[in-house]
Design a protein around this ligand. Structure first.
Ligand SMILES: *Cc1c(COP(=O)(O)O)cnc(C)c1O
Length: 374
């Protein structure tokens, strides 16, 4: 028998979360961001549930090929554009739209031989200082692109650094408005956090929104708001079983480095999940976990293949637990109890994004088909 660990992808939840984006930005078109293999979920596993989006946005040309291979004929956007000249051949062949964020990418386009002009998204650096043309260089970049026979429509995009936090987006919206003023073309500004937190602003709802994490049921502004606040549903469950138990006496320690010491007699369970499965080793004692749907905590260090959980809350409540009991590392238990991935991420000092993207190759994944309509 294989190890009992597995991940489940909830397609009903993906559909629900996409509907939340639609609801927040009813007049925008929605890019479903499926970079990083759909945030660790697997492009092929999320495709059916997300094909109600208007397009798919990603970074990797191989991933774009996979989306086309699934039969998607609508828009696909390369969020970082091309990396080398021959990537443009694939863009032509698969009719990919691509970001243009630097002069080198314009040079490549100018040298590219194509029958079909490309749709491009010119990227403004409005303050993130990662990719994009500085505001004072934006118009000349646009003029250069606009003069190329290789280029068809030019859209405008920028990316927010603080849509999830107190600084907000106003300064970047202002920079964007100034730079693109009276240039023709569609606009795309918002990521998930902007969609959820700033959707009242007309600029945020402009033409295309780029929704990633919200689709995967993690709150972009956790812990200020949780998934309950945003009415999102978990799309990935990581679950395993207990494969052993231990009875501890006061003074007994648990695991490598003896990081946990029992203060009173207590029972612990050993779950078949470790950092080689993608569970963060940074999660110290106290990280939330569900056993048979009951919320408890991890104790001691996470090892490569196992971690220990405190069974005292279950024993106190009279909930039976032992070898074979269901352990939910994040997501939904069979009882329906939910442990948000964001709670686990917080215990590891990171965000839900990193946990879902880090799900290890060795973890088998099952797709839970859509629940029948109620
Ligand atoms: C990843 C990414 C997004 C999606 O971000 P979320 O916070 O997951 O919604 C949007 N735009 C760009 C350019 C990205 O790289």
């Amino acid at each position: 028998m294989p190890r009992p660990i597995h991940a489940t992808i909830h397609t009903t939840a993906l559909r629900h979360n996409l509907a939340r984006v639609r609801h927040a930005t009813p007049d925008a078109r929605v890019w479903a961001v499926v970079k990083a293999n759909a945030y660790g979920h697997g492009i092929e596993r999320v495709f059916e549930a997300l094909r109600g989006a208007d397009g798919f946005a990603l970074l990797d040309l191989a991933e774009a090929e996979r989306v086309r291979h699934l039969g998607w004929r609508g828009p696909i956007l390369l969020l970082e554009g091309v990396f080398e000249p021959r990537d443009l051949e694939l863009c032509s062949r698969l009719s990919l739209w691509h970001a243009v964020h630097c002069d080198e990418q314009i040079d490549m386009l100018a040298a590219h031989k194509t029958q079909v002009p490309h749709r491009v998204f010119l990227k403004l650096n409005s303050g993130m200082n990662r990719l994009g043309f500085a505001p004072q260089r934006y118009r000349s970049a646009w003029a250069r692109l606009n003069a190329l026979p290789q280029v068809d429509e030019i859209s405008h995009m920028t990316h927010f650094s603080d849509a999830d936090g107190p600084r907000g987006i106003a300064h970047q919206v202002q920079a964007f408005a100034t730079a693109v003023q009276d240039l023709p073309g569609e606009r795309s500004l918002s990521n998930s956090a902007a969609v959820l937190r700033h959707a009242q602003a007309p600029e945020v709802r402009a033409d295309w929104v780029r929704a990633g994490i919200v689709l995967y049921g993690s709150a972009p502004d956790h812990p200020e708001h949780d998934v309950g606040h945003w009415h999102l549903q978990p799309t990935m469950t990581l679950a395993t079983r207990l494969i052993g138990t231990q009875q501890l006496q006061p003074g007994d320690t648990v695991g490598y480095g003896s990081r946990f010491t029992a203060e009173q007699p207590m029972r612990i369970g050993i779950a078949a999940c470790g950092y080689a499965d993608g569970y963060p080793r940074h999660c110290g004692t106290g990280t939330p976990v569900l056993v048979n749907g009951v919320r408890t905590r991890t104790v001691g260090r996470v090892s490569m293949d196992m971690l220990a959980v405190d069974l005292a809350p279950l024993d106190a409540a009279g909930v039976p637990a032992g070898v074979g009991s269901e352990v939910t590392l994040w997501g939904a238990s069979r009882s329906g109890a939910v442990l948000p991935i964001d709670d686990v991420a917080q215990a590891a000092g990171t965000i839900g994004y990193e946990l879902m993207c880090a799900l290890a190759q060795r973890v088998p994944v099952v797709v839970e088909p859509d629940a029948p309509a109620a």
